[in-house]
Design a protein around this ligand. Sequence first.
Ligand code: ZN
Length: 265
Amino acid sequence: MKPFYFFSLTVLFIAACSTNAITGRKQLQLFPESSLQQQAVGEYRTFLQQNKVVAAGNSNAAMVKRVGGRLSSAIKTYYASRQKPVELNNYQWEFNLVEDKQINAWCMPGGKVVVYTGLLSVTQNETALAVVLAHEITHALAQHGNERMSQVSIAQGLQVAGNAFTQGNTQVNSIFNNVYGPGASIAVLLPNSRKQELEADRFGLIFTAMAGYDPREAVPFWERMEKTSKGNEPPQFLSSHPSDANRIAEIKRYMPAALKYYKRK
Ligand SMILES: [Zn+2]
């Protein structure tokens, strides 16, 4: 039985590898992205019901929506210029600010974004908020969550076929929550990898610039974030987006390429 099992896994690996539309990197993708997007809609609705969404009339909530609108339209332009507009077909963008002192923000598959009010004390200005959101959105576009879910599923010996969510696969649901875990009070168990972080920084800077925000704000923003991490309560954001001393150096290295896209609005 064993050799057969190995063979079927190999076939699965080949079938489940896909090349990402923006990064060009081959990734393990066991889950149809469409089923993750569907699952995300439900999780997002539940999260918004269980948390205090800041009303649209509030100036910070309006800022979150404004940044989101500019970024999503820049991303649409970017994909169209690469003849890949179809990749965004199922994106139904939503940007909400939630009253919570956590320093955090996330974007689930399909463009469901939440910013916590606590993050605004670190971003301090609209441009830095654009830097963070572009980073978050890039994780979703680059299907990093799908990749992490796939790696964990393989490690746990899970057989995944079709839409595991509608089949009520509780193990898959639990992996989803550990990767995206919007409402989870538990520590995030499956942080982004270093490679995923660099991709989110690199393309995030391009989208920031295309949306008319100065990508150079990424440097002081990350300096502020790192300073915050030295406090008593490290930001939630850093547990899912591990950072180290090289990050800012890499961001500076990506900057000339990003600045080519920058036109002040
Ligand atoms: Zn990240």
